[in-house]
Design a protein around this ligand. Structure first.
Ligand code: NAD
Length: 303
């Protein structure tokens, strides 16, 4: 099986590539290394350093002839999307359309697209299911949502199959401390360094934290399941930032007091995903408890 993974030098992409290589797939990574790292790319994968908006993308497609594409390359920072919405749109929308157009021209069998909980905006205390209204609160949320519609139209016009996976807050080894779900990596890196982290607001804001290997497994499951579906990838469990910090401190065996500062404007109070449809459609469930995932993440930052 020949699989192209865009963003395969990044956090989630590199774990996805590792799992595909374990399964003996032939993998090509396209990544411009803007936030990804060459050393993250599995040595058994082919690698082309290229921007997904490039006009030369078609040559890479023609040479490798991917049967499947897992599209993860993106501008991933909410603050950067607010500072430079044009760049955010170019990468996340135009870049994705460039990928899809090449998929169409080459007759790719299926595209798995990494979307985000950011498309929902603030959905209150309830678990959000895929049928909830989408109300992005940032340009990043809009630029992750827009390709979902492109995928639907590419399917209706040309039969290009797809699955959209909307990820919750992903965490684990290799995550950049400034990423979308960066709170775990920031805490783990600080605690590994025996430094107190800062908590914005009262720390009772809660998130659905999902371990990166579970997300990588969902990406691979979606290659032959969940066609034309939009599916949440999370755990269905929400954890407050205070609880997260005390768990990390307890695992590290260090008693640190966090420094509380003013809540950040626009921070979502509560977010948790309903994963019922995903469990059924992908025959998948998260295998890692938060504690197990944190143990592995802390080990990574300590080393
Ligand atoms: N980390 C999370 O919690 C989270 C949550 C929801 C959705 N996502 C989505 O998952 C995907 C992967 O995110 P991640 O957390 O691994 O971030 P990441 O920054 O580690 O990975 C993104 C990769 O894309 C590459 N890239 C960026 N712009 C590019 C371009 N123009 N051309 C080619 N490559 C480019 C980067 O170099 C990087 O390797 C993204 O699409 C992101 O929106 C992540």
């Amino acid at each position: 099986m020949r699989i192209l993974v865009t963003g395969g030098a990044g956090f989630i992409g590199s774990h996805t590539v590792d799992k595909l290589i374990e399964k003996k797939a032939e993998v090509l990574v396209i990544d411009d290394l803007s936030t990804g790292k060459a050393e993250n790319v599995n040595p058994a994968a082919h690698f082309v350093k290229m921007d997904i908006t490039s006009g030369h993308l078609s040559q890479v497609f023609q040479k490798f002839k991917p049967e499947y594409v897992i599209h993860l390359a993106a501008q991933v920072s909410v603050p950067k999307s607010l500072e430079d919405p044009v760049k955010d749109c170019m990468t996340n929308v135009a870049g994705c359309v460039n990928i899809l157009e090449n998929c169409r021209l080459l007759g790719v069998r299926k595209v798995v697209y990494s979307s985000s909980a950011a498309v929902y905006g603030d959905f209150g205390d309830t678990k959000v299911s895929e049928s909830a209204p989408v109300r992005p609160l940032s340009f990043y949320g809009v630029s992750k949502l827009s390709p979902e519609y492109y995928l639907q139209v590419f399917y209706h016009l040309y039969g290009l199959k797809y699955t959209v996976l909307r990820y919750a807050n992903v965490y684990g080894p290799r995550q950049d401390a400034f990423g979308e779900g960066g709170v775990v990596s920031i805490f783990a890196a600080r605690v590994a360094d025996k430094q107190s982290p800062r908590i914005f607001g009262d720390g009772e804001q809660a998130r659905d934290f999902v371990y990166v290997e579970d997300v990588a497994a969902a990406n691979i499951r979606a290659l032959d399941r969940g066609d034309q579906m939009i599916l949440n990838v999370g755990t269905g469990v929400s954890t407050s930032v205070n609880r997260l910090f005390s768990l990390i401190s307890e695992i590290a065996g260090i008693a640190l007091k966090p420094e509380y500062c003013r809540a950040r404007e626009g921070d979502i109070r509560h977010s948790c995903m309903d994963i019922t449809n995903t469990v059924a459609a992908l025959d998948w469930k998260p295998d890692f408890s938060l504690r197990e995932g944190l143990v592995r993440t802390l080990e990574y930052y300590r080393s």
